[in-house]
Design a protein around this ligand. Structure first.
Ligand SMILES: Cc1cc2nc3c(=O)[nH]c(=O)nc-3n(C[C@H](O)[C@H](O)[C@H](O)COP(=O)(O)O)c2cc1C
Length: 180
């Protein structure tokens, strides 16, 4: 494998469950968001809208809604208790929503992955939040109206922050590859 800065960032990215609450400065955030905007989109539609939640009020409002979201069925109470803060201490949450139709889902996920890798290159880690994508705006339509444009669908949501104290390393890759 060729070792360069881009490959080091891709390999360094990890999904974190706990973040350090230290803020991410504006230039770093702007760099991360720019990486998202430079992802490819089907027919160059650029259908997305990126919402960066970083103010204490914005985070608190989001956290309140996120906390009131029922846990998925089947999670044992002890595990639920151990999950603690659903925001995981993260100082930033980024949402990617898009106009319906075309390749909006793919475009949004590619934008988020670009942001994950750019963040990792700057020492900032990330964590996809599936419960938010799947359920949060059905549960709290007012929050949806506050955070994304009307007629848009939320396709990707993730926490961003400097790494917290512990992470289970999931670095090993077991997928199959075929060269033909
Ligand atoms: C579509 C998708 C949904 C995910 N949902 C969650 C989630 O809700 N909570 C979580 O902690 N991690 C979530 N993850 C992160 C995965 O658990 C993580 O990417 C995987 O374990 C590999 O670890 P790594 O990202 O550190 O390489 C999700 C990842 C993807 C791609």
């Amino acid at each position: 494998m060729i070792d360069n800065e881009t490959m080091r960032s891709i390999l360094a990215r990890r999904s974190y469950k706990v973040f350090d609450p230290r803020p991410i400065d504006d230039e770093t955030l702007e760099t991360i968001v720019t990486a998202g905007l430079y992802a490819p989109t089907g027919m160059n539609r650029q259908p997305w809208h990126i919402t960066v939640i970083k103010s204490p009020e914005g985070l608190e409002r989001f956290a309140r809604a996120r906390r009131s979201l029922p846990l998925p069925p089947g999670i044992p109470p002890a595990v639920a208790a151990a999950m603690g803060d659903p925001m995981r201490g993260a100082p930033v949450m980024i949402l990617v929503s898009a106009k319906d139709g075309g390749t909006s889902f793919e475009d949004s996920c590619l934008a988020m992955e670009n942001m994950f890798i750019a963040a990792a290159s700057l020492g900032v880690m990330s964590g996809w939040d599936h419960a938010t994508v799947k359920d949060l705006f059905n549960h709290d339509p007012d929050l949806k109206a506050e955070l994304i444009p009307e007629g848009y669908t939320l396709y990707a949501a993730a926490f961003f922050g400097y790494p917290g104290p512990s992470v289970k390393d999931r670095g090993e890759r077991k997928g199959t590859v075929q060269y033909v």
